[in-house]
Design a protein around this ligand. Structure first.
Ligand SMILES: Nc1nc2c(c(=O)[nH]1)N[C@H]1C(S)=C(S)[C@@H](COP(=O)(O)OP(=O)(O)OC[C@H]3O[C@@H](n4cnc5c(=O)[nH]c(N)nc54)[C@H](O)[C@@H]3O)O[C@H]1N2
Ligand SMILES: Nc1nc2c(c(=O)[nH]1)N[C@H]1C(S)=C(S)[C@@H](COP(=O)(O)OP(=O)(O)OC[C@H]3O[C@@H](n4cnc5c(=O)[nH]c(N)nc54)[C@H](O)[C@@H]3O)O[C@H]1N2
Ligand SMILES: [Mo]
Length: 750
C-alpha cells in the first residue's frame, strides 16, 4: 500500500492530508496552525462527496432548443451527460453567438465567489481572465464582505485599506489598550476562516492574552455569543441596525462633556463643524443625546452613559465587525465609528483608534507582512461593463435601467449569458425566489463546479471542476505570515478538470489562447508568480526561497515586520508628508464629494436614518432576522461534507419570550417567512438573543420551489431583501430583514 502525508491549504486553514493508494483518507490541522479540526477533518468527505459532478452535463431543454429553451426548466429538467469535447464545443459556440448577436456586455462573468485558497487556480480570477482574453464581459464591482465600506472609505480615509488589509496589530492592544469596544462583537466562529487560508489562527490567543493583561472588553451585539469563550465581557444588546445611533450618542456625550480632542480634530480632520452641528441637533432640531439613542437602540440610557465613561478613560480600541455595514445605510456605522475615534484623538496610537473586522475574520491584526502571496493578474475588461456586485439580480430583472452608484450612473446591460466559476449565487444573493425568476429569463447559463450546488443544478451547461486536492498551487493570506506550496494530492476525481485547463481549451477554440495562457503551463505559471514574490521580498530586504526550495519546504514562514502595525501611525506622525488621499488630505468627518452626489440615503456626514425594514418598524409578530456566517462551513462550502457538530437541521435562535408568544418550544420545526418567501428551520430557544431578534446561519443549500415559495433546505436568503445599502455603495444589505416565525405543520399525505 502506498501511503504518504502532505501539507496543503484551504480557506479554513492549513492541513496535513494522508493519501493511501491515490485516495485522501484523512486530514488533520497542520500542527501548530490551530485550524478548526472538525472542518479540516471533513476534507475526504468533501472530495468524495456523492454530490461530486462526474462529467459535463447539459440541461435537456437547452440541448433541444439551445438559447430558445424555456429557462424556467432550470433546476427541474433532467441533466444529460455529454462528452467533454461536445460540452466545450457548445460553450464556445454559445459565447460566439452571444458576442456576435448582442456584444460582449451581454456576457455576465463577474462570477463572485470564494472558490479555492490556491491563487493560481482561483476560479473567479481564471474566468475573468478568460473572458478578458475573449474580448470582454460584464464584471462585478466590489464584494459582499465589505461592500458598503469599500465605497465609503475612500471618501473618508482616501482608500479602503482599513477593510482590505490595514489593521492595528493585536500585540499593541495587549501592550497598550485599556478597553476594547467591539460593535458586532468578536465571535470566535469567524476566526475559523481566512481569505486565502492561514497557517496560524492567532485570534483566540491574542484576545485571551489581552484579557489576561487586563484589557476590558465590551461586546455590542444583539446576540450574546459574539464573545470569545473565556473572556468576561460586558454585553450591550441594541436592536440590529442601530449602532449608528449609539455611536452618535457617544460622540455627543464626549462633545458635551468637553472631552472631544479639539487639537486632533483640527489637525487631522476635515468637515468637523458640520458633523458637530449635526450632533448638537442644529440642522434637524434633535441633539443626538444618550436618551435619544437609548430609545432607538432600545437599551437603558445608563448603558450608554457607562460606555461613554469607559471611552473617556485610558487607551481605547474601537472595532466594528463587517456585518454592521452589510445593512441598509451600512456606510453610516463605519463613518460614525471613525468620527467617534477621531473625537477621542487616539487614531494612529498603538492599541487605540479604530480597526474594522477583528471579529470578522482570522488574521485581521495579526501583524504580518503584506503582499508576499502571489496573485494571478487579470487582463482587464475591454468591454468596460460592470455592475455593483450585489445588484446583479436587479440587473437581470431590469436591463436598461439606470441606477446611481458612487456619484455616477450605471445602466444595466441586457444579459443573455451567465458564466459562473467559483461562486454560488444561490448561496450568496438575497431574495432567492426573486433570483430564480430573474435567472429564468437568461438565455444560457454556464457553471463550473466540483459539486451539484443549487447553482450547478440551475445551469444549462455544467462543467465539473477539480478541487484543491487535485492540482498544484501556491496559496496564503495577505494577512498571515505563511505562504504554502500546495502539492497535488490525488488525481482528478471522476471526469473533473482544472478550471484553468477548461479555459485554456476554450481559449484555443476561440482563438484567444495566446492572450489567456501567455504560452505558460501550470508549472510555468507558478514559477512566474513566484518570481514576482521573490522580487517583492527582495525590495523589502528579505530573501524568499527559490521556487524549488518552496516546493521542497512546503511552507515559507515569512518573517514579521520590524514594528507591529499601527493603522494611520504614519499619518499621525506627519499629516502633511503622509496626507490621506482624500480631497482635504485629512480624515473627512463630512464630505463635500458625497454632499455633491445628493443622495437621500447617503448624507454628507455620518447620520442616523432608520432603515425601511428594521425592528423599530416591525408590525406585530415580526422579528429582525440576522443571517450570520456559519460556524462550521465556509458559506455554502462543507454543507455536503457532514461536518461534526453541525446540527442535522438549520437552527433559528429565538428568545424565550418570542418563542412563548408563538407557542414554540426548543426543537420545534418552524416556518420562517415574509412576503418574499419561506424557509424551514428548527427552533433553538435561548436567551443569548435579545428579544425581537432571531438569528440563523447562512450556508444551508437552497432547495426552493419557485411555485410554492418554500425552501425546505433552510437557506435564509429565501427571505432576505435584495436592496442596496444606499445609492452610494449599492452594497449587500442582508442584515436589514424582518420575518415571522410559526410552527411548521407537517403536511399529511392524502
Ligand atoms: N444573508 C446573507 N447572505 C450573505 C452573507 C450574509 O452575511 N448574509 N454574506 C455574504 C458574504 S460576506 C459572502 S463572502 C458571500 C459568499 O458567497 P460565495 O463565495 O458565493 O459562497 P461559497 O459557498 O464560498 O461559494 C464558492 C463556490 O465555489 C465552489 N468551488 C470551490 N472550489 C472551486 C474550484 O476550484 N473551482 C470551481 N469552479 N468552483 C469551486 C464551491 O463549491 C462553492 O459552490 O455570501 C454573502 N451572502
Ligand atoms: N466560520 C466561518 N467564518 C467566516 C466565514 C464563514 O463562512 N464561516 N465567512 C467569512 C467572510 S467571507 C466574511 S465577509 C466574514 C464576515 O464577518 P461578519 O460580517 O462580521 O460576520 P457575521 O457572522 O455575519 O456577523 C458578526 C456578528 O455581528 C452581529 N451582528 C449582526 N448584525 C448586527 C448589528 O446590526 N449590530 C451589531 N452590533 N451586531 C450585529 C451578529 O450577531 C454576528 O454574530 O466572516 C468570515 N468568517
Ligand atoms: Mo465575505
Amino acid at each position: 500500500m502506498a501511503r504518504r502525508t502532505a501539507t496543503s491549504l484551504c480557506h479554513w486553514g492549513a492541513f496535513d492530508a494522508t493519501v493511501e493508494d491515490g485516495r485522501v483518507v484523512c486530514a488533520t490541522p497542520w500542527p501548530g496552525g490551530r485550524a478548526n479540526a472538525a472542518m479540516i477533518e471533513a476534507w475526504p468527505r468533501l472530495v468524495y462527496s456523492d454530490q461530486r459532478i462526474d462529467q459535463p452535463y447539459v440541461r435537456e431543454g437547452w440541448l433541444r432548443a439551445r438559447h430558445r429553451s424555456d429557462g424556467g426548466g432550470r433546476g427541474n429538467e433532467r441533466m444529460v451527460p455529454v462528452a467533454w469535447d461536445d460540452a466545450l464545443a457548445l460553450v464556445a459556440a454559445e459565447l460566439e453567438r452571444v458576442r456576435d448577436t448582442h456584444g460582449h456586455p451581454a456576457i455576465f462573468g463577474g462570477s463572485y465567489g470564494w472558490s479555492s485558497a490556491g491563487r493560481l487556480h482561483h476560479a473567479r480570477t481564471q474566468v475573468r481572465r478568460f473572458l478578458g482574453a475573449f474580448g470582454g464581459f460584464t464584471d462585478q464591482i466590489g464584494n459582499y464582505s465589505w461592500g458598503a465600506a469599500h465605497v465609503l472609505l475612500p471618501h473618508v480615509l482616501g482608500d479602503h485599506d482599513a477593510v482590505a488589509e490595514a489593521a492595528t496589530a493585536w500585540e499593541t492592544i495587549i501592550d497598550h489598550a485599556d478597553t476594547c469596544i467591539a460593535f458586532g462583537g468578536l465571535n470566535p466562529k469567524n476566526w475559523n476562516v481566512t481569505s486565502g487560508g492561514a497557517g496560524f489562527h492567532h485570534m483566540p490567543d491574542h484576545a485571551r492574552r489581552a484579557a489576561e493583561k487586563g484589557v476590558a472588553f465590551v461586546i455590542v451585539s444583539p446576540v450574546a455569543d459574539d464573545v470569545p469563550t473565556g473572556i468576561d465581557a460586558e454585553w450591550i444588546a441594541p436592536r440590529p441596525n442601530t449602532d449608528t445611533a449609539l455611536m452618535l450618542a457617544l460622540c455627543h456625550t464626549v462633545l458635551v462633556r468637553g472631552r472631544a480632542d479639539r487639537e486632533f480634530l483640527a489637525r487631522y480632520c476635515a468637515g468637523v463643524e458640520a458633523f458637530l452641528a449635526y450632533l448638537r441637533g442644529e440642522p434637524d432640531g434633535q441633539p443626538k443625546t444618550a436618551a435619544w439613542a437609548a430609545a432607538i437602540c432600545d437599551i437603558p440610557v445608563e448603558d450608554i452613559e457607562r460606555l461613554a465613561d469607559r471611552l473617556m478613560a485610558g487607551r481605547v480600541m474601537l472595532t466594528a465587525s463587517w456585518s454592521l455595514q452589510r445593512a441598509r445605510h451600512g456606510e453610516q456605522p463605519y463613518w460614525a465609528l471613525i468620527a467617534l475615534a477621531a473625537m477621542l484623538g487616539q487614531i494612529g496610537l498603538p492599541g487605540g483608534g479604530f480597526t474594522f473586522g477583528y471579529g470578522s475574520m482570522n488574521a485581521v491584526g495579526q501583524g504580518a507582512r503584506r503582499d508576499l502571496v502571489p496573485i494571478l493578474e487579470g487582463l482587464g475588461n475591454p468591454a468596460k461593463s460592470a455592475v455593483p456586485v450585489a445588484r446583479f439580480l436587479d440587473m437581470l430583472e431590469a436591463p436598461g435601467r439606470t441606477v446611481p452608484f458612487n456619484g455616477r450612473d450605471i445602466t444595466y446591460p441586457d444579459i443573455r449569458l451567465i458564466y459562473w466559476a467559483g461562486g454560488n449565487p444561490y448561496h450568496h444573493a438575497q431574495d432567492l425566489f426573486r433570483l430564480a425568476r430573474a435567472w429564468a429569463k437568461v438565455e444560457t447559463i454556464i457553471v463550473h463546479e466540483p459539486w451539484w450546488t443549487a447553482t450547478a443544478k440551475r445551469a444549462d451547461i455544467v462543467l465539473p471542476a477539480t478541487t484543491t486536492a487535485e492540482r498544484v498551487d501556491i496559496g496564503g493570506s495577505s494577512r498571515d505570515p505563511h505562504v504554502f506550496y500546495m502539492p497535488r494530492l490525488i488525481a482528478p476525481v471522476g471526469g473533473a478538470r482544472n478550471d484553468r485547463d477548461i479555459f485554456a481549451d476554450l481559449a484555443r477554440r476561440l482563438s484567444c489562447a495566446d492572450a489567456f495562457t501567455e504560452g505558460r503551463s501550470e508549472e510555468m505559471w507558478l514559477r512566474h508568480l513566484w518570481s514576482r514574490t521573490e522580487e517583492k521580498a527582495r525590495a523589502e530586504g528579505l530573501e524568499a526561497p527559490s521556487f524549488e526550495a518552496l516546493r521542497e519546504m512546503n511552507v515559507w514562514r515569512v518573517p514579521p515586520p520590524a514594528e507591529p502595525e499601527v493603522y494611520l501611525a504614519g499619518f499621525r506622525a506627519d499629516p502633511k508628508g503622509n496626507a490621506l488621499k482624500t480631497p482635504s488630505g485629512r480624515i473627512e468627518l463630512s464630505s463635500e464629494t458625497i454632499a455633491g452626489f445628493g443622495y437621500a440615503d447617503a448624507p454628507p456626514h455620518p447620520a442616523w436614518m432608520p432603515p425601511e425594514e428594521w425592528l423599530g418598524a416591525a408590525r406585530k409578530g415580526e422579528l429582525a432576522l440576522l443571517t450570520r456566517q456559519p460556524a462550521l462551513f465556509l458559506h455554502s462550502q462543507l454543507a455536503q461534507a457532514k461536518v461534526e457538530g453541525v446540527p442535522d437541521r438549520p437552527l433559528i435562535l429565538l428568545h424565550p419570550e418570542d418563542a412563548a408568544a408563538r407557542d414554540l418550544s426548543d426543537g420545534d420545526e418552524v416556518r420562517v417567512f415574509n412576503e418574499r418567501g419561506t424557509c424551514l428551520a428548527r427552533a433553538r430557544v435561548t436567551d443569548i438573543c435579545r428579544p425581537g431578534v432571531a438569528a440563523m446561519e447562512t450556508g444551508p443549500w437552497f432547495d426552493g420551489d419557485p411555485d410554492t415559495g418554500l425552501d425546505p433546505g433552510g437557506n435564509p436568503n429565501a427571505v432576505t431583501r435584495d436592496i442596496g445599502a444606499s445609492a452610494l455603495s449599492q452594497a449587500c444589505a442582508a442584515q436589514s430583514c424582518l420575518v415571522r416565525v410559526e410552527r411548521q405543520v407537517p403536511t399529511i399525505p392524502d
